[in-house]
Design a protein around this ligand. Structure first.
Ligand code: NAP
Length: 250
């Protein structure tokens, strides 16, 4: 258990990829702060906490909108009083409006920047004083480097996060490692469930690995980046997509 005695905050961990990351870090020994945004997902967040308890880990469920400076301040002050430190921050929470660029209104742009970009800067600012050493992992997607329909705004935010990842990696070194995990379309998530089955089948056909990415594929790479084995990996965005971005024509 390489993450024993570590404390990890995974933003947006009530479901989907964040849940898988929380459980994988827990399996490796870390105590976990589970964050979610809505009252209606409290039960899902509590269910993740229950699974962590079965693994013998401590956990804390905190409802906070990561785009809201007050919520973020309160979340970190609760982490400080409950655990007294933080070793791992996974910036996973995301939310967007999926439309062609010209159909996006000002409020949509603000939402995408606030939840996906500003939130990360807020969380890192509050996390660093609690971290003497450790790792920060930002979750991005292939939209940072590829055109995806209706994904222009979130794709731009993800590209900016990868750029910030490089800057933070230098500015927080040597004690804190900062990297990103850039996922291809991930099965068993809200996003993939919105997709028609035939579209998913086309993705599988174009994926050299022969299947779609699953939440745990992302979680295992995040856990590796949080481990001491990743000491010399800094500022990188590791693509976990089964090879689809290689663009092989089949
Ligand atoms: N799904 C994919 O195919 C895919 C592919 C590549 C990368 N990614 C990236 O992986 C990450 C997770 O994606 P996912 O598909 O697992 O997401 P998801 O199923 O939509 O879950 C989003 C999580 O983020 C939380 N959240 C949303 N807005 C928040 C806010 N303002 N403050 C705090 N928490 C907030 C949600 O909380 P509530 O439950 O309370 O709403 C939920 O826990 C994202 O960064 C996404 O861009 C996803």
């Amino acid at each position: 258990m390489d993450l024993q005695n570590k404390v990890a905050l995974v933003t947006g961990s009530s479901r989907g990829i964040g849940r898988a990351i929380a459980l994988e870090l827990g399996r490796r020994g870390a105590d976990i702060v589970i964050n979610h945004r809505r009252n209606s997902t409290r039960a899902q967040a509590e269910a993740v906490a229950q699974e962590l308890q079965y693994l013998g880990r401590r956990s804390l469920v905190l409802k906070a909108d990561v785009a809201d400076p007050q919520d973020v301040t309160q979340m970190f002050s609760k982490i400080q009083s409950e655990f007294g430190k933080l070793d791992i921050l996974v910036n996973n929470a995301a939310s967007a409006v999926f439309r062609p660029l010209l159909q996006l209104e000002e409020k949509h742009w603000e939402h995408v920047w606030d939840v996906n970009l500003r939130a990360i800067t807020l969380c890192i600012k509050h996390a660093v004083p609690l971290m003497t050493t450790g790792a920060i992992v930002n979750i991005t997607s292939l939209g940072s480097i590829k055109y995806l329909p209706n994904y222009g705004a979130l794709g731009a935010a993800k590209a900016a996060i990868e750029s910030l990842t490089r800057s933070y990696a230098v500015e927080l070194a040597p004690a804190i490692r900062v990297n990103a995990v850039c996922g291809g379309l991930v099965d068993e998530t809200g996003f993939s469930e919105m997709m028609p089955q035939d579209e998913k089948e086309r993705i599988v056909q174009r994926t050299p690995a022969g299947r779609m990415v699953k939440p745990n594929d992302i979680a295992k790479v995040v856990a590796f980046l949080c481990s001491d084995d990743a000491e010399m990996i800094r500022g990188q965005s590791i693509i976990v997509d089964g090879g689809i971005a290689l663009g092989l024509l089949k």
